[in-house]
Design a protein around this ligand. Structure first.
Ligand SMILES: [Zn+2]
Length: 249
């Protein structure tokens, strides 16, 4: 049986699939994996959360990166891998997409917001650090161009892009929801994560520990490969395209 055939059989046998995605699914959209050579953190240093909160200069630099799209996280289009996942959600096979990515591409490919659990946040809009109110970047552009220190118009809290920065706490609600999905699913399908960033990387193992099958699709080997029921070191887009074709038969 082909790799796509094996993957299709696992998906077809499952009742409830949790998809867990990392940078590898978005590299095919041209977003560089931030840890690899050529990735964003090899070109500039990240701004730590503590510095953002403490320093006006750090905030100015952070907003400059947002408005100049320096980090390259936004503006890309979903690829066939994202669309295959979206298709599986529409078919009722995938109950949730837990993602380490901040690029908004699962939503852009048609997965409803409530099915995407973003454990590292989202780079396509801003949030008030105090009250959580969402702000679209364009609504802030003029204030930024006037060199304002961007704060919430409701509570005066600091505004920041909605990613989880280095040094910032993981989002509690999202981590809790991901943990619940790990309990409920009977198949955890990891797509393009090297499973090295914790606590995110513990979620697939949690699913496995609770009796779900674990499938890892990643270009490189991962530390969790030995625990998986199926490991495929493949390109995600072409593999999922073949898999969907088999499921359609
Ligand atoms: Zn606020």
């Amino acid at each position: 049986m082909t790799d796509a055939g094996r993957l299709a059989r696992h998906i077809s046998d499952a009742r409830r699939v949790m998809v867990f995605t990392g940078a590898g699914i978005s590299t095919e959209s041209g977003i560089p994996d931030f840890r690899s050579p050529g990735g964003v953190w090899s070109k500039m240093s990240p701004i730590y959360f503590q510095d953002f909160v403490a320093s006006r200069d750090a905030r100015r630099e952070s907003w400059r990166r947002v408005f100049n799209r320096t980090e390259g996280w936004t503006g890309a289009e979903p690829n066939v891998g994202h669309y295959a996942v979206s298709d599986l959600v529409k078919r009722g096979k995938v109950s949730s997409v837990v993602t380490q990515n901040v690029d908004n591409l699962h939503q852009a490919s048609g997965v409803p917001d409530e099915k995407v659990i973003e454990i590292h946040g989202n780079a396509s809009y801003a949030k008030c650090l105090q009250c959580g109110k969402r702000y679209e970047f364009e609504s802030l552009r003029e204030r930024w161009e006037n060199d304002e220190d961007l704060t919430c118009i409701f509570c005066t809290g600091l505004l920041k892009n909605a990613t989880v920065s280095f040094g910032q706490a993981m989002p509690e609600i999202e981590m809790q929801r991901a943990g619940e999905e790990a309990l409920l699913c009977d198949l955890c399908l990891v797509l393009g994560s090297s499973l090295v960033v914790y606590p995110a990387a513990a979620i697939p193992i949690e699913a496995k520990r609770n009796g779900a099958r674990l499938i890892i699709v990643n270009r490189e080997p991962t530390d969790q490969d030995p625990f998986a029921d199926l490991v495929l070191h493949k390109e995600i887009g072409s593999l999922l395209t073949d898999t969907m074709a088999i499921l359609d038969k």
